[in-house]
Design a protein around this ligand. Structure first.
Ligand code: CAA
Length: 281
């Protein structure tokens, strides 16, 4: 298994951004990842991002989301599957509640400057949006609590493999806030607007059985089978042609927003690309 910053790409320390990544070049280094509460392992075509603050139930800070965005920007080209998992008893207990008080560093914005707050939240959302890129398939391996920002991280992935001890909760409205880390759209797409309203506005906990029943979990396994199930899924995903995988992901993610006519046209377009690619091999 390769170390995070030994992926064979140039160590572009000189151009490194504040988030630890020089766009398009080196992955965030060990120190940046540790500060963000993350671990990154890149093993050929598979990158595993581990939420790695088990003593705080993998609570996430602004640094976590910036580092996730940096990983997305600098992922080696050969990576095809990205797995997100949590170390310790939980996937993630959501935002580090210390962020609200500003304890230990940067605090929460009061929203007084709308434009600055908009930019600030957009920057954090980038930690989640790259997980939809067609060239990769993203898998959330969820066990224990997935609360608030942690639930949204699982929703940002393409596929959720869920252990039988998983507990999902969209806590934000109970704290006077809205889910703003890209989670509202996939939640509605997966469970429908009525169920999404019910879950968010009661902030109730959804256990693994129900998660599977209502479409939040694509695969449910016993807790001790989670790693094996993710490994099997990863192997199956890697067995499919890379170009076909990316084209199919593009098609499936645009299907809900397209008319039948638009989607048929998109299928034709993608298939022409596939046929050309296959015949040129
Ligand atoms: N932020 C900071 N610290 C957290 C944390 C969080 N979100 N969740 C847990 N921890 C810390 C605890 O304070 C505790 O630390 P100490 O040992 O130093 O006291 C440690 O992690 C272990 O926590 P518990 O003893 O509570 O562990 P548990 O297994 O009994 O319970 C839990 C786990 C149900 C996740 C519980 O800790 C909990 O409810 N945490 C808060 C969850 C929460 O409200 N998250 C915010 C959601 S909203 C959001 O994410 C998005 C947003 O923008 C608002």
């Amino acid at each position: 298994m390769e170390d995070a910053n030994t992926d064979g790409r140039p160590e572009a320390a000189a151009g490194r951004a504040a988030d630890g990544a020089a766009p398009g070049t080196a992955l965030p280094d060990e120190a940046v990842l540790a500060e963000a509460g993350l671990r990154l392992d890149v093993d050929d075509a598979v990158a595993t991002v581990t939420l790695n603050r088990p003593e705080k139930r993998n609570a996430m800070t602004f640094a976590t989301w910036r580092a996730l965005a940096a990983i997305g920007r600098s992922l080696p080209d050969g990576v095809r599957v990205v797995v997100l998992r949590g170390q310790g008893p939980s996937f993630s207990a959501g935002i580090d509640l210390a962020m609200f008080s500003g304890e230990g560093g940067e605090g929460f914005t009061d929203g007084a400057d709308a434009e600055a707050t908009d930019r600030f939240i957009a920057e954090l959302q980038e930690g989640y949006t790259w997980l939809r890129r067609p060239e990769i398939v993203t898998v959330a391996a969820v066990h224990g609590h997935a609360i608030g920002a942690g639930f949204q991280l699982a929703l940002a992935c393409d596929i959720r493999v869920v252990a039988d001890d998983a507990r999902f909760c969209m806590k934000e409205p109970a704290l006077g806030l809205v889910p703003d880390l890209t989670g509202t759209k996939p939640l509605v797409e997966l469970v429908g607007v009525g169920r999404a309203l019910e879950l968010c506005l009661t902030a109730r906990t959804v256990l693994a059985d129900e998660a599977a029943r209502i479409g939040l979990a694509e695969i449910t396994v016993p807790r001790d089978g989670l790693d094996g199930a993710v490994a099997d899924l990863t192997a199956a995903l890697l067995a499919v042609d890379r170009g076909a995988s990316a084209a199919t992901k593009r098609l499936l993610w645009q299907a809900a927003g397209n008319s039948l006519e638009e989607q048929c046209a998109a299928e034709r377009r993608e298939q022409i690309g596939r046929l050309r690619e296959l015949s040129s091999r």
